[in-house]
Write a protein that binds this ligand. Sequence first.
Ligand SMILES: Nc1ncnc2c1ncn2[C@@H]1O[C@H](COP(=O)(O)OP(=O)(O)OP(=O)(O)O)[C@@H](O)[C@H]1O
Ligand SMILES: [Mg+2]
Length: 333
Amino acid sequence: MAEILAGLPLAAFLVGPDARIIEANDAARQLFGVGIMGRHYGFALRQPEVLAAIALAIERREATTARHVVPGPSFESIHRVTVSPVGVGALCLFQDISDQEQAGAMRRDFVANVSHELRTPLTSLLGFIETLQGAAKDDPVARARFLAIMAAEAGRMNRLVRDLLQLSRVEAQERQRPQTPHDLARLILGAVQSLRPMAEAASVALVLEGLERPVMLLADPDQITQVVTNLVENAVKYGGSGKVVTVRLTRETGPRGPLVRLDVVDQGEGIDPQHLPRLAERFYRVDGHRSREKGGTGLGLAIVKHIAHRHRGRLMIDSEPGRGSVFSVILPI
Ligand SMILES: Nc1ncnc2c1ncn2[C@@H]1O[C@H](COP(=O)(O)OP(=O)(O)OP(=O)(O)O)[C@@H](O)[C@H]1O
Ligand SMILES: [Mg+2]
């Protein structure tokens, strides 16, 4: 029996007729502590649902399943427990379903978020359509104003759908590293060039550093352009008008070899440290109202993060309230 339990890819133990644990594999000892052998099963497990399932197997020879939840420091681990009568005792198998449950919860959150993000502009569109069909039917001034708002709301929905599609595309490709070498400096210059009008409109000066020399690396040119666009757009949007945004490329030697580091530096109001760990999550915004007002979907940094991962790199954020932020993408060469 010990050999069979050791061969199972699950935490498993066997309860004998006297309600003591008579055999347990390594996974079960890790889960419940090495001291469980020979102890009453109620010593290892305190959850009524699981205790009842074991009692049922021993007393009535019935097999059941139960849920077992172990709270942890940062997340709880959840097991599906299968209890079957074996001989005169009970066999208990613990299958870790934490990842599944977490993925399910994330999917539900995601759908809820997307629905919410789409519903807001949609509600506003429907309201204006109704007004244009009724009260404002023959009012050309109101019509022009409402149509402008409607165009902005429809534009936001359009951007949201575009960003969502892009995010899912990047995620789907995340394991395929780009195959062709490109000059990162030239890609960044090209992207910044097309952002100049937007920066000028916001009275922001764009300063470039370290882009004179080519830096060749395996890259997806469209995605690199997207990274620069999203970061510079943010720096201009949240950096404040009349300020400077610096785009800087530096080479470094990291512990695992040569790296290139793209910094986008702004002089804006910065970000409270409490927000930093979550900033690159989808739909996370420091000030949702303000971001939406500026037409943001809250997906920009999530896209940057996934593109960085696809290039085997990472996104780092350094910010101090009152002094501005530095968003860095670090890529191995
Ligand atoms: N340079 C910055 N300075 C201050 N806050 C920033 C900066 N960049 C991003 N943020 C904060 O991080 C949030 C998430 O940024 P992200 O780019 O993902 O979304 P967004 O800009 O709101 O929308 P979009 O999808 O249009 O980019 C922003 O809403 C903003 O609160
Ligand atoms: Mg953004």
